[in-house]
Ligand binder design. Structure first.
Ligand code: PEP
Length: 249
């Protein structure tokens, strides 16, 4: 269960939330938990979560190691701040910051080289869905965002994919579990076609888009939905904890 805080929570709010999560009894044999705070909160998150099984991720990074790139952050800087993962290709990055799949491909490669695990997001807009282009769009995003690995016909099994239909992000509209599963199965088949069987089966595919307490269990019941990337509902302790503890209900 991966929490994407986006540009939210002050240091005090972040501290309160993390302390609440940390105090809760989470069965880490049943769930992996990760938080992706803003850059200025990474150090605090890392300190507070030290000694727990909760992982910390960056929300973005540049592919270069260093240089004159005002406003950017490198994979090694994220690692130094305690991150094990990084979210790449989120639809907000693609749409608002004009990130292409070609850029994401470079970032994914740089993350892996630096030892960070990328969570690579793909997803279609409402218009693309209505025009019945969902699978074409997802396939193109996968081929282009993972081009280096497709060429090598080898993908690190730790890499994580996230299917996030753009029309379901922050809108309260969730894909039905069956509709989400249909796309997850498409992703799984794409993995199996492009990489060896073990890799295709091992890669985790998260669903993201208005995940909340009321829909997490049904989503997790689907065979190819391995977890969730959660935005709004991860900002409040009770709601995030009820999602994390989906396995109890
Ligand atoms: C997200 O931003 O990755 C996301 C899924 O947001 P929300 O849960 O708020 O729809």
């Amino acid at each position: 269960m991966a929490a994407n805080w986006k540009m939210n929570l002050s240091l005090d709010e972040a501290r309160d939330l993390l302390i609440r999560i940390k105090k809760n009894e989470i069965d880490f044999n049943k769930v992996d938990v990760l938080v992706a705070p803003p850059f200025t909160t990474l150090q605090l998150a890392n300190e507070l979560l030290d000694g727990t099984d909760i992982l910390v991720a960056g929300q973005n990074m540049h592919w270069e190691e260093k240089g004159a790139l005002t406003g950017e952050i490198s994979a090694l800087m994220l690692k130094e701040a305690g991150c094990s993962h990084v979210i790449l290709g989120h639809s907000e990055r693609r749409k608002l910051f004009f990130e292409t799949s070609e850029i994401i491909n470079r970032k994914v490669d740089a993350a892996i080289v630096a030892g960070l695990i990328p969570i690579v997001c793909v997803g279609e807009t409402l218009k693309e869905r209505e025009e019945k282009k969902t699978f074409d769009i997802i396939k193109a995003q996968l081929n282009e965002s993972l081009e280096f690995f497709c060429e090598k016909e080898s993908l690190p099994t730790k890499l994580i994919l996230a299917y996030e239909p753009v029309w379901a992000i922050g809108t309260g509209k969730t894909a039905t579990p069956e509709a989400a599963q249909e796309v997850h199965l498409f992703l799984r088949r794409w993995l199996l076609e492009n990489f060896d069987h073990d890799t295709g089966e091992a890669i985790r595919i998260l669903y993201g888009g208005s995940v909340k307490q009321g829909n997490i269990k049904e989503l997790m019941f689907q065979p190819d939905i391995d977890g969730a990337l959660i935005g709004g509902a991860s900002l409040e302790p009770d709601s995030f904890l009820s999602i994390i503890r989906f396995y109890e209900s």
